[in-house]
Design a protein around this ligand. Structure first.
Ligand code: ATP
Length: 848
């Protein structure tokens, strides 16, 4: 006889009771979830309705969709309810189908789908039942987890839904097509295709590829005539444009230099009143217009859209028109959010205007697909899309609606966001189906590693253009300025700073402009930069008279004196060095915590170089510019280089005046009245590069030795070799051969001159030696005149007789033998710098 185990019965009862409670709890949760879902769904469906429909109609459609979806879900829930009360031994057909759908999303849309899924969680995702676990528990846990995750990631969900709410659009699309018997789309087929979400691969054989033109850029004469140094300087002035990759065209400064159509020109300058190009436009437009793949890194709102839009329109216009059987597109712009996609689409239509040959369609999630399909069927030269929706459309009707076959231009706007939001798989898929020789452009505000590796895979020998407006000066240098209205006022300020400096140096601090800044407690040195030898001598005297000791060095002083002064400056604590900018190049005295720029710099390169004498390694420092109110270019450079917080911390009246001066210079530049000095380039520009390196890798800085003879403009073979880095050593730089002459003049004085033989030097050395910038620099530094003489004879050729022009040489003339010697020294130095720079450039060009 079977005995009843009372304990077992009561256990079962309590278990059942527990289950009943759980079921009640779950039902409550489900009801809440259902209500939330219904609300979300209503919002989405209402927003997703066709813009073209009247509001009442929209609402009616939305309501119908809500009801239909709710009916479906109710059925599903009833089934689920049943399943929760009996332990299912195997999955039902329905659950299988739903699981398939969820898998499909995971397969194709990864992060995006994962987040989108949350909207429908509880309905779509049927948990796996484990024999050991209570299915209700499993489901509750999954619901809880989903709820938690949807709470914790609500921000993301919001973003993603905003981005490309695929779940809604999937349902919407299916519903939209119900009853559309005339349409080819059959719901089950669409669902199947969407389930697979595989874009049809196209095999492009090189022979079959239709040729298309990418390069539309013809450099204008004004742009061609810019020297490398001018280009470098221009890039610095255009918010510090940094280029990587080879063969980047020079930046342009005028719309007229781009060969745009009259219509576009009228729109840009006449209607939109875009008087000048933004920095990214200046550099990206010629680069993209010449057919190159480009990575453009620039902050938001910097005018990136036009940078790719104008070249895109140009390319599309030159293409064979879409045939009757082709829907396009020719150009594809991918954007992460529907708002951005719409904005871009508006911009496209602004530029295409009434031109019927370029039609643009915007395809994003969250808007009715039917309208997009109808528009696409008519043919679209340009499609602006979010990646998810674009894949949806590509997979429709067996890929017959839209094909990637004729796409020759792909743009990814806000690429960092596209990747942040998990669109990489979709983009990769899209890119795989586009012809391999397409032009591809990627714009972004940042360039994370993920994007970098994608770019490496997809782009073909790209040019990267980075606009780094405030990264010109080492971030550890605090920049200040003082506008003075006379030379006397300026000198007074210098005295104040120097006195204050000396006083505060003793206390480990210095006071500038009434503000106290930290300085090295043990030693805090200062450098005063002046623009010429004469000013250096004059200020030196005036400082001595004012009781301030400043060790002066400039190229005109005898070598021994320079060396001695520099040694004293290094040895003595809280000392001051007074020097010309040129002589301080390469100067590495870590204790320098204050730089005073007494004569406003003329170039960005000079500014970066002079400010770079402080804040060595990981130290910080201050750079103060004393600016006369007519030194407009100096003001322009300062406004570009100073960071916002530095300007904010300055006297508002002074800032106002600085901006006025800068604006005056800028408008003068536009009118051709002013231009930034060509600068002396060479080392200064190399220094910018090393500065950038310095920020990236300060360790390198530590490896550098302290000042040596080379810094004094005196070169011995030993010191030169010590400075030779890898690329430098690969550049062979022969010594310059020269003859020195001394001749009496008719006035009884003596003239010195030298002939420097350059004809037989390697071409690069000859170029460097005869460059205008080199000659101007030497003239400026030494007061000697220097001119190109003779003519070039190729190897093996010589002048036949004395009547023939002599071989190419440089004639240096001066009042003093010392000046001539110095000129030759500086010439050698410039040649060396130029050759090293060229070697570095060619080395870099093979690196990208
Ligand atoms: N050269 C120009 N001069 C004046 N305004 C311009 C110029 N180029 C573009 N703009 C305007 O500046 C604004 C920002 O441009 P745009 O949207 O192209 O920037 P963006 O870098 O793409 O920004 P985001 O990344 O936020 O989309 C727009 O209103 C645009 O019309």
């Amino acid at each position: 006889m079977e005995t009843i185990d009372l304990k077992q019965t009561s256990d079962r009862e309590s278990l059942l009771e527990e289950r009943r409670k759980k079921l009640a709890r779950w039902k409550l949760k489900k009801a809440q979830f259902d209500a939330q879902k219904e609300k979300a769904l209503r919002n989405n469906i209402v927003t997703n309705s066709l813009e073209a429909k009247q509001p009442v109609e929209k609402f009616a459609v939305g309501q119908e969709q809500v009801k239909e979806n709710l009916r479906k879900r109710k059925n599903e829930l009833e089934k689920l309810d049943k399943r929760t009360s009996i332990k299912p031994s195997k999955k039902s057909k329905r659950s299988k189908r739903k699981e398939k759908i969820s898998f499909e999303f995971d397969d194709n849309d990864e992060a995006e789908a994962a987040s989108v899924f949350r909207l429908n969680e509880g309905f779509q995702k049927v948990p796996e039942y484990d024999d050991e676990k209570d299915p209700l528990d499993v489901f509750m846990t999954s619901l809880k987890t989903q709820e938690i995750s949807s709470k914790t990631t609500s921000h993301n969900v919001g973003n993603i839904l905003d981005v490309d709410d695929q779940m809604v659009e999937l349902e919407g699309a299916e519903d939209e097509n119900i009853g559309d018997t005339t349409d080819n789309f059959n719901i089950s087929k669409i669902a199947k295709l969407k389930a697979k979400k595989r874009v049809k691969q196209i095999n492009y054989s090189p022979e079959e590829l239709e040729r298309f033109q990418k390069n539309f850029y013809v450099e204008s004469e004004a742009v061609s005539s810019m020297t490398d140094i001018e280009v470098e300087e221009l890039r610095l002035s255009l918010d510090n444009i940094n280029i990587k990759g080879t063969g980047c065209p020079k930046p342009v400064t005028k719309w007229s230099q781009l060969g745009l159509s009259t219509d576009i020109m009228t729109l840009i300058t006449g209607k939109l009143h875009f008087d000048s190009l933004t920095p990214i436009q200046s550099q990206a437009l010629p680069a993209i217009m010449s057919g190159r793949d480009v990575i453009g890194i620039s902050k938001t709102g910097s005018g990136k859209t036009i940078s790719y839009l104008l070249p895109l329109l140009r390319q599309v216009k030159a293409q064979r028109s879409l045939s009757k059987h082709e829907t396009g597109p020719l150009g594809l712009i991918l954007a992460p959010t529907r708002e951005l996609a719409l904005q871009i689409h508006e911009e496209v239509t602004k530029f295409t205007g009434t031109d019927a040959s370029i039609r643009s369609v915007c395809c994003t999630g969250g808007s009715e697909m039917k309208k997009q399909i109808t528009d696409l069927k008519r043919g679209a030269e340009i499609v602006v899309a979010t990646p998810g929706r674009f894949i949806d459309i590509l997979t429709l009707n067996d890929g017959k609606l839209l094909s990637t076959k004729r796409i020759t231009f792909v743009i990814m706007d806000e690429a960092d966001r596209l990747f942040d939001l998990g669109f990489e798989p979709q983009i990769t898929q899209i890119m795989k189906t586009v012809r391999p020789d397409k032009q591809c452009v990627l714009f972004s505000a940042t360039f994370p590693n993920k994007l970098r590796s994608f770019a490496v895979r997809v782009l073909r020998s790209p040019i990267s253009i980075t606009i780094n407006s405030k990264g010109l000066v080492n971030e550890n240098v605090k920049q200040k300025f003082k506008i003075c209205h006379s030379d006397d006022e300026k000198f007074e300020n210098l005295i104040q700073i120097a006195h204050g400096g000396n006083k505060f140096f003793d206390e480990g601090q210095t006071e500038i402009d009434g503000e106290t800044s930290d300085l090295d407690e043990t030693d805090a040195k200062a450098i005063i930069f002046v623009s010429s030898q004469q000013i250096c001598d004059l200020i030196s005297k005036k400082l001595t008279n004012a009781g301030i000791v400043a060790y002066a060095i400039h190229a005109g002083k005898p070598y021994q004196e320079r060396l001695m002064n520099l040694e004293k400056f290094k040895r003595e604590k809280n000392s001051i060095l007074l020097c010309t900018e040129v002589l301080s190049r390469g100067l590495n005295v870590p204790e320098v915590s204050l730089v005073i720029i007494y004569n406003a710099v003329k170039t960005f390169a000079q500014y970066v170089h002079t400010t770079g004498r402080t804040a060595r390694g990981s130290r910080s420092g201050t750079a103060i510019t004393l600016l006369l109110n007519d030194e407009l270019s100096g003001a322009y450079i300062l406004t570009k280089a100073m960071r916002d917080d530095e300007l904010k911390a300055s006297d508002p009246l002074q800032v106002k005046e600085l901006h006025e001066m800068s604006d005056k210079f800028e408008s003068g530049m536009k009118k051709g009245k002013f231009r930034l000095s060509k600068g002396f380039g060479g080392k200064g520009l190399e220094n910018i590069k090393s500065k950038r390196e310095e920020v990236r890798n300060k360790d390198l800085e530590l490896k550098k030795g302290n000042i040596n003879n080379d810094e004094l403009g005196h070169k011995s073979d030993r010191t030169q070799n010590e400075h030779v880095s890898e690329p430098e050593s690969s550049a062979s730089i022969p010594k310059l051969e020269y003859e020195l002459f001394k001749e009496p003049t008719t006035h009884g004085s003596v003239i010195f001159y030298a002939k420097v033989h350059i004809n037989d030097l390697p071409q690069i050395v000859r170029w460097e030696a005869t460059k205008n910038t080199t000659l101007l620099f030497i003239k400026h530094e030494t007061g000697c005149s220097i001119t190109n003489k003779g003519k070039f004879y190729p190897e093996g050729k010589e002048p036949n007789n004395t009547a023939d022009e002599p071989k190419l040489y440089l004639l240096i003339e001066g009042q003093d033998e010392k000046d001539i010697q110095l000129s030759i020294e500086l010439l050698e130095q410039k040649v060396k710098e130029g050759v090293i720079k060229a070697a570095n450039l060619s080395l870099k060009s093979t690196k990208y």
